[in-house]
Design a protein around this ligand. Structure first.
Ligand code: SF4
Length: 229
């Protein structure tokens, strides 16, 4: 009995203008979810009929298009004109949000202040929480001394659950994540009541540009392809 292949868009080698997900009647590779997951897609379409999801999806897609210039010129040439922080501000305005949450990493404290300044100057009310909020010792989650960053010292844990609950308690309508660690960000998403977007993903080595290693994947970062870290 043949197993249904797992969805694998990341390995799709079909030209964009012929892809099943780009043109009706287009082609897909083995495992193409557009061709194989029609039931799942039909269920997802129903979700967009919910009033809140419909409004959110509509404004997000209007915002997406408005991040390009000269959309009426033919042939269309992509000309992106808005940095992500502007995209966030415009989207939040579109949605009528006033109170925004900012959940940030203590390693990006200076950047957090700048983000706070920009968001306030755009008319938002800001509620922010640093990752160390609550000063709960790492021992609380079973961290041993040798598992700390600074071995032998007191270390408060990153506490994304508290960050989320602090923002929830303040009734934030939309949250912005700035540089939370891998996994800590996942917990924040899980516990936050309001929808959340990411302004920057932390990457300590690349100046928060996690895609940087991919541009030298065949040379300086080839070790990542070796199956070892
Ligand atoms: S949906 Fe199908 S056609 Fe589109 S990228 Fe995925 S595999 Fe390729």
């Amino acid at each position: 009995m043949s197993e249904t292949p797992l969805p694998n868009c990341s390995q799709c080698d079909i030209e964009e203008q012929e892809r099943a997900c780009r043109v009706p009647g287009g082609k897909g590779i083995k495992g193409c979810p557009t061709l194989l997951k029609k039931q799942v897609v039909a269920e997802s379409r129903k979700e967009y009929q919910k009033k809140d999801v419909a409004a959110f999806a509509l404004q997000a897609s209007i915002q997406e298009a408005e991040c390009f210039a000269d959309r009426d010129k033919k042939p269309f040439v992509r000309k992106p004109v808005k940095p992500r922080i502007q995209e966030i501000c415009e989207f939040a305005h579109r949605m009528g949000y006033r109170r925004l949450g900012l959940a940030f990493c203590s390693g990006l404290k200076r950047e957090a202040l700048l983000v706070d300044r920009v968001l306030r100057s755009q008319g938002f009310e800001i509620v922010s929480a640093i990752c160390k909020a609550g000063c709960v010792p790492k021992e609380h989650i079973g961290i041993k001394d040798e598992q700390k960053i600074r071995i032998g010292e007191f270390e408060p844990m990153c506490n994304p659950v508290a960050q989320a609950k602090i923002l929830n308690d303040a009734g934030t309508e939309f949250n912005v994540v700035l540089g939370l660690c891998v996994g800590h960000d996942s917990l924040f998403f899980k516990y936050a009541d309001a929808p959340t977007t990411v302004l920057a993903a932390k990457d300590r080595v690349t100046g928060h540009n996690p895609l940087a290693p991919f541009y030298t994947l065949n040379s300086y970062y080839s070790r990542l392809l070796s199956g070892k870290e």
